[in-house]
Design a protein around this ligand. Structure first.
Ligand code: AVJ
Length: 334
């Protein structure tokens, strides 16, 4: 374990920063593999370069993008009740904490013994943790720079206390349901027998609202989708031309997911290192799935992963859900 004690003026005494120095992984092989498939595809994690993260922030401000607004209203409206489920002196762990924005709505009520944000971006995590530490001087923050995207190693050596994993934003919707189940199941190794999970999940609803949320009038989501090509260009030295693709997003009602695609406007060949990737005119690159759940289907998913759904909170319009899961007593899963 590497403890980085970067000396800067704003360093807060209540913030411990630990850098596990995650390696970027084999992006190149993964990208080539996805782009060589019959149906070309990429992992949506590539959306989030600097520009992509900024565009996502912009998306959350668009009126059509209800998930951000609805989840915030749930968290602020039910913070006290959520805190009573979390119990006193818990260790609150947030994978993919980003700007630690949503947890701010809960901290005063939960009063955790420690908050443990985990993120892959070291600089961003460091800045976010310092800022949070300044705003919440009573809070012990143990920030860990790590990669949790695939198999993340459970940490058994954190601060003592009951562990609660906070996983907001319906990030779980990006995973295929069987991967989502495996992900939840893995969380049990992090939290032990007495731990719990507080998770935000987007709900199934009318095609109209869903399609609007991923096709905002200002075109921010379109720009976000197209930007993934620029992000890939700088990551693996490719030469995608974002101007020659167009955004396409729609709700696939049969599969209960939003699909985002980029459509090639012309026949073209893209170079990635020595690899040539050919696109026919109108050929489609699948960039993201965003699965939507019902209370029933998310309950079933949690149960299959060895959890009991203790409580669900919904916003007024029943657009979004936040769930409190505990480990099933009868669980025989490993
Ligand atoms: C952050 C993955 C939950 O699926 O709604 C927003 C990403 N993509 N607009 C989502 C996203 C297009 C977002 N998640």
């Amino acid at each position: 374990m590497v403890l980085t004690m970067t000396a800067t003026a704003e360093k807060q005494s209540n913030v411990l920063f630990e850098d596990q120095q995650p390696t970027p992984g084999d992006n190149w092989a993964e990208l080539i593999e996805g782009l060589s498939r019959e149906q070309k595809q990429i992992n949506p994690k590539y959306f989030y370069d600097q520009k992509g993260s900024e565009l996502f922030e912009q998306i959350t401000l668009q009126h059509e993008y209800y998930p951000a607004r609805a989840e915030k209203s749930i968290l602020s409206q039910h913070a006290s009740e959520i805190a009573s489920y979390c119990g006193e002196n818990c260790i609150l762990i947030e994978p993919g904490s980003g700007s630690c924005e949503k947890v701010r709505l809960l901290l005063d009520k939960i009063q955790p013994a420690a908050y443990v944000p985990l993120d892959i971006s070291a600089d961003f995590l460091y800045q976010s943790a310092q800022k949070l530490g300044q705003e919440f001087p009573w809070l012990s923050i143990h920030a860990i720079c790590a990669d949790f995207s695939d198999q993340w190693q459970a940490r058994t050596d954190l601060e003592n206390g009951r562990r609660v994993i906070f996983y907001p934003g319906s990030t779980i919707g990006n995973m295929e349901p069987n991967r989502a189940q495996a992900f939840l199941s893995n969380l049990r190794e992090w939290i032990g027998e007495d731990g719990s999970v507080l998770i935000g999940v987007d709900l199934q609803k009318s095609d109209h609202l869903l399609n609007a949320a991923y096709n905002d009038a200002k075109g921010v989501t379109a720009e976000f989708n197209l930007n993934v090509l620029n992000s890939i260009n700088s990551l693996v030295n490719a030469d995608f031309n974002a101007d020659s693709f167009s955004h396409h997003a729609f709700y696939n009602r049969a599969l209960k997911r939003i699909e985002m695609h980029l459509i090639s406007q012309q026949a073209q060949t893209v170079t990635i290192g020595d690899n040539l990737i050919h696109f026919d005119k109108d050929e489609v690159l699948h960039t993201e799935n965003s699965y939507k759940y019902s209370l029933e289907s998310f309950t079933a998913l949690s149960n299959a992963a060895g959890f009991t759904l203790e409580k669900s909170w919904l916003d007024e319009d029943k657009l979004f859900s936040v769930h409190y899961l505990s480990i099933s007593k009868t669980s025989t899963l490993r």
